[in-house]
Write a protein that binds this ligand. Structure first.
Ligand SMILES: Nc1ncnc2c1ncn2[C@@H]1O[C@H](COP(=O)(O)OP(=O)(O)O)[C@@H](O)[C@H]1O
Ligand SMILES: Cc1ncsc1CCOP(=O)(O)O
Ligand SMILES: [Mg+2]
Length: 334
């Protein structure tokens, strides 16, 4: 984890941004527990258009969290299913030629339906076609963006969001439609702290388009960061074994969509991050390698309780009101 203490959009140092502990009786903890229980009780469907490396883990993780899964690559089918699914997940990890037109069209249809969806911008910044696909989401954006730090920084660059300079040295430069100056592949090359400003600005951008004007950005890493643009939450813990299986981030996106099916975007992102931290800690105990870790992780997703998830260590810090005027016009211009 970064020890960087450079200033950021909150007017704080990186160290101060770690915030104060979220009180045990904070209403957000009750919302997290409610979302976890509601998924287990109502088995909501969150459909996925996701990469074919990790598609199986995404579906299994959604099932283990208590939801149901349906995977598709056919645009008409996605739109038809959106009428019955409570949320949709789009992950651009593996690209096929038809994705270039299909994904923008799907996003516009979901927007017209006011249908909530989660984007995982896997490997954002790699290649012109991937950037063009991600650019197409700019005018029909998701309700939640979930990615690693490098992907969030790169996507902010692709969308031309005006990210304050603290993030600029890591590549989120306003005006670069091609994204990060440091291609990251599917793994992060930046730490979570360095994506803080990009995440805040992006969340404010998303909520201008979101159902009920509520949106969130989730940045994963050793300590996860979740923000709705007003408040920054940090969720420490988990296991570094998560970096030794493919699909930890992809399946986190899928489970975030599962929670989005029953909860507001901020609560959905927090619940998914906390579930993953508790489940990966449980899975790592006594595991002998990545293979058994993945199996144990699925079991743990099933076994971790709503109370354990809601009681997770979480710190919170507010973004100053003076910084709260970001709109689509000021967050970035086409
Ligand atoms: N060093 C780490 N220690 C603990 N948990 C981690 C670590 N790195 C990643 N994770 C967890 O792994 C999951 C996937 O995150 P990440 O590896 O950042 O995504 P991606 O696979 O998309 O790069 C998240 O739940 C995150 O909290
Ligand atoms: C290896 C790989 N290549 C294209 S998508 C993908 C999976 C990435 O999964 P995750 O981001 O969850 O590690
Ligand atoms: Mg990923």
């Amino acid at each position: 984890m970064s020890t960087d203490a450079s200033p950021d959009i909150t007017g704080s140092t990186g160290a101060a941004l770690n915030g104060t502990p979220l009180p045990a009786d904070d209403p957000e903890r009750q919302l997290i527990a409610k979302a976890v229980r509601e998924v287990k009780e109502t088995t909501p469907l969150a459909q996925s258009f996701t990469n074919f490396v990790t598609i199986n883990l995404v579906a299994n993780a959604q099932l283990a969290a208590g939801g149901t899964a349906a995977m598709s690559y056919l645009p008409d089918d996605i739109i038809d299913t959106a009428a019955i699914a409570k949320a949709t997940y789009i992950n651009v990890g593996t690209l096929l030629p038809f994705f270039k037109d299909a994904l923008g069209n799907i996003a516009r249809s979901l927007q017209a339906m006011h249908h909530p969806w989660v984007l995982d911008p896997v490997a954002a910044g790699i290649g012109r076609t991937r950037s063009a696909i991600l650019w197409a989401f700019r005018s029909a954006p998701p309700t939640i963006v979930r990615g690693n730090a490098s992907e969030i920084i790169a996507l902010a660059g692709i969308w031309d969001l005006n990210v304050p300079s603290a993030d600029s040295d890591t590549g989120a430069k306003a005006g670069t439609k091609t994204g990060t100056t440091r291609p990251a592949g599917v793994e992060a090359v930046d730490d979570v702290d360095s994506a803080t400003n990009a995440a805040i600005v992006m969340a404010r951008y998303l909520r201008n388009y979101a159902p009920n004007h509520r949106a969130a950005v989730a940045v994963s890493g050793a300590t996860d960061l979740v923000t709705d643009g007003d408040t920054v939450y940090r969720l420490p813990g988990g296991s570094s074994m998560m970096t030794k299986i493919t699909g930890a981030g992809c399946s986190l996106g899928g489970v975030t969509a599962t929670y989005l099916a029953v909860a507001d975007p901020l609560t959905a992102a927090l619940a998914a991050s906390a579930l993953y931290n508790r489940a990966s800690e449980q899975a790592a105990e006594g595991c002998t390698g990545p293979g058994s870790f993945q199996t144990r992780f699925l079991d743990a997703l099933w076994n971790v309780t709503a109370e354990d998830i809601a009681a997770s260590p979480i710190t919170v810090s507010q973004v100053p009101v003076s910084q709260n005027s970001v709109s689509p016009d000021t967050a970035g211009t086409a």
